[in-house]
Each structure stands twice: as structure tokens, then as C-alpha cells.
Design a protein around this ligand. Structure first.
Ligand SMILES: *Cc1c(COP(=O)(O)O)cnc(C)c1O
Length: 398
């Protein structure tokens, strides 16, 4: 089985670039140049220097002693929460903006739902002195006020989108409209392993630094060359793709995904695409998505904004349908419980998204000598309000 993207941008049956003809010049320019740029010495040097001195990499691979004791196995946390801006998202944005500069682009656009990708993009644009425009549904602008303030402070322009349901999907449409109108000078930064080829492959390669570091850190930390399992949460799937990347071709390493089940897989209020999704085109890519009988995309639900997405990236659709990746559904409640547990056992408050990955420990048992790596995708400061509200209305966890 092959897990690399082919020359048409497919992972098996999934992927490709289902774009309107008018977008073809934009996509072609990126497709023809991204690999050459990423392999160039100048890119490698600048990317690695920024990851080290600006993002704060390498992130530690931390042995979670008390959590390990609790679950009777050896648990290591890959600390992406310690990156500048608090998650793995910065790795991708640094890389894409360096690519944009090498394509001669002078203006950066992005769309954001919860605002995390918008903040990461605004951050790197400030560092590089590039103008940044972030499209955001008007409803999200209201719901995510702190992130809007962050983007403003960083000098970005946030453009509220008033069309449709005034959320992420409408912001995406508006960003694409902008891109079509400014093909010569504008670069569009996508925040996960989704969208038309070459974005999923490009973002996976940029996030692959996570598993590249794991490969270096594991022998000293564990005395082993390979872990037995790697667990990551999947929204679009970029932190998971980065954590799995260098282990895809090692069948001895079990790859495990946590999907947001919301109120439950069959509750009608869920984002568990790998369980109830079917094949179709979402964001210009053939993948698994949640849709009704007429092919209309179903509104997802998750307590976690970063996992509240009706699809998964095409790489993950391929990994799941071929059996390489095993997915577990995690409800809102299970995720919140896991977040309290990590906070109390290890003194680490995880992001709500990340808490879904931690909750897999309750659902699958690992033997005492197994090495389990959990990708700790982000920190939970942004979610404190949600944690405490949920906790109170559910009778408390602590
Ligand atoms: C955005 C986000 C996610 C989900 O995005 P992926 O592309 O699936 O990684 C997960 N964790 C954190 C902390 C996030 O900010």
C-alpha cells in the first residue's frame, strides 16, 4: 500500500483538485513549484531557523509518568502546545508564507472559523512584514472576539462575511473569490490537510517536522526506535498527518485517530466524519464528508471549534478506508473529562481538540511495555471558559 500522493494529487481514491477553471492558474503555479521550493537549501535553512528560534522547536517528547501509571502503559506526550501561539498550526503557516515569498506574492489571505488559523497567519505575516487579510463569518467574529482582537493587535485586517450562514464555509467562499481576483500578487494560506491538491500534501510535509523530531527523540526517551502507537485528534487532520508522517510505511506502528463525536455518533449533533461520512467533494477535494441523501453537507457539531468540521483530509480518508488508521469517536463529555484528568495528573491543560486524543486512553487498552505517543496538539488557555461552563452544567469532574 502506498500513502504518498500521486502526480494528480490522489491518495488512492481520495484527493485531487476539483476546482472551477478560473482557479486553475493559481493552483497550477503552486503545484508546479511547491516541491522545488520546499527542497531548496534557502527554504530549508530559513524554515528550520524560524521553527527553532521563533516557534521554539524542537518540542519536547515528555514522559507522562502519572498518566502512564493511571493507564498501565508508557505514555509520551509530543508537546506541540509549547509552540509559539500555542499549537501545531504555526509550523504550517511559517512554511506556507516562506513558499508565498518565493513565489513573489506580496499579500496574504486566509479564512478562519474559530480564529486559531487566522491568529497563526496574522502572527507570521507580522513577522514577515506582509499585509494579511482574514475572512471570517460574521457569526464567528462575534463568537470568537478574543481571537479577532489578537488578529487586530497583530496588524491583520479581519473581514466579516455576511453571506450564507455567516460561518466558516462562507468565509472560505469569500477567500476564494478574493484569490481569483488577485491571482498575481496574493497567496491563500489553508490551515489543514484539506482543499485542492497540492495543499494536503504540502501541509502534511510542513507538519511532518513533528514525526521527524519524534524519530530523533524516541531512542533516547524510550530505548526503542519505534513507538507502538501514535494517537492524534483529527479535525481536517494536519496535526495527525504530521505525527504519523514518518511512520506511515511502518505497519508495526499503530496509527490512531480521535474524531469528535459531539453528543454521540448517531445523535445528529456530531462531527465524526469517519463513522457517518461518505465519499464526495468537499473544499475541492474528493474525500469523506458528512452529507444528506441529496449530497448537501450536514452541519457538524463538536464542543471543540477546531474539530467542528464536516470532512477529513483526503490522506486520512485513504488511511481509514484502507485500514491503516483506526479511528475512535469521542464525545464532548469524554473529551472534557480527559482534559480535567490531564490537568490534574500532569499539570498540563490541553486544548479541547487535543483532549479528544487523550480520551482514547479510556477506550482502548495498551499493555504495560507498550510505547504510546499522544500528539498534544495545543494548549487549553483558549478553552477555559468552555471547560468550566461544561463542568458546572455536568456536575463537575474534579
Ligand atoms: C486547529 C486545531 C486542531 C485541528 O486541526 P487539524 O488540522 O486536524 O490538526 C487540533 N488541535 C488544535 C490545538 C488546533 O488548534
Amino acid at each position: 500500500m502506498k500513502y504518498e500522493v500521486d502526480q494528480h494529487g490522489f491518495y488512492g481514491d481520495f484527493g485531487g483538485a476539483f476546482i472551477p477553471e478560473i482557479l486553475f492558474p493559481n493552483i497550477r503555479e503552486l503545484r508546479d513549484n511547491y516541491l522545488g521550493i520546499m527542497e531548496s537549501a534557502s527554504f530549508q535553512e530559513e524554515f528550520n531557523a524560524l521553527l527553532k528560534h521563533y516557534a521554539g522547536r524542537p518540542s519536547p517528547l515528555y514522559y507522562a509518568e502519572r498518566l502512564s501509571e493511571r493507564y498501565g502503559t508508557r505514555i509520551y506526550l509530543k508537546r506541540e502546545d509549547l509552540n509559539h501561539t500555542g499549537s501545531h498550526k504555526l509550523n504550517n503557516v511559517i512554511g506556507q508564507i516562506l513558499i508565498a515569498q518565493r513565489l513573489g506574492k506580496k499579500r496574504i489571505i486566509a479564512e478562519t472559523g474559530a480564529g486559531q488559523h487566522g491568529v497563526a497567519t496574522a502572527t507570521v505575516c507580522a513577522r514577515m512584514g506582509l499585509p494579511c487579510i482574514v475572512y471570517m463569518g460574521e457569526k464567528d467574529v462575534e463568537r470568537q472576539a478574543p481571537n479577532v482582537k489578537r488578529m487586530h493587535m497583530l496588524g491583520a485586517e479581519v473581514r466579516p462575511v455576511l453571506s450564507g450562514s455567516r460561518t466558516l464555509k462562507d468565509a472560505t467562499n469569500e477567500a476564494i473569490r478574493d484569490w481569483i481576483q488577485h491571482v498575481d500578487d496574493t497567496y491563500y494560506v489553508i490551515g489543514s490537510v484539506v482543499g485542492p491538491h497540492p495543499y494536503p500534501d504540502m501541509v502534511a510535509r510542513l507538519q511532518a517536522v513533528i514525526s521527524a523530531e519524534m524519530k530523533e527523540q524516541l531512542p533516547a526517551a524510550t530505548g526503542r526506535d519505534y513507538p507502538d502507537s501514535i494517537i492524534a485528534c483529527v479535525g481536517g487532520g494536519s496535526n495527525a498527518a504530521g505525527a504519523y508522517y514518518h511512520y506511515l510505511d511502518h505497519p508495526g506502528v499503530a496509527l490512531i485517530a480521535a474524531e469528535a463525536a459531539g453528543y454521540g455518533v448517531h445523535s445528529g449533533k456530531t462531527a465524526a466524519t469517519s463513522f457517518i461520512g461518505s465519499k464526495g467533494v468537499l473544499h475541492a477535494s474528493m474525500t469523506l464528508l458528512m452529507q444528506d441523501a441529496d449530497g448537501q453537507v450536514t452541519e457538524p457539531h463538536s464542543i471543540s471549534a477546531g474539530l467542528d468540521y464536516p470532512g477529513i483530509g483526503p490522506l486520512h480518508a485513504h488511511l481509514i478506508t484502507t485500514g491503516r488508521l483506526k479511528s475512535f469517536p469521542v464525545t464532548d463529555k469524554e473529551a472534557v473529562r480527559a482534559a480535567y484528568e490531564l490537568s490534574r495528573l500532569e499539570g498540563i491543560i490541553p486544548a479541547l481538540e487535543t483532549a479528544h486524543a487523550l480520551a482514547v486512553l479510556e477506550k482502548h487498552s495498551f499493555s504495560p511495555d507498550e510505547v504510546v505517543v499522544i500528539n498534544l496538539s495545543g494548549r487549553g488557555d483558549k478553552d477555559l471558559e468552555t471547560f468550566s461552563q461544561f463542568n458546572e452544567s455536568n456536575g463537575g469532574h474534579g
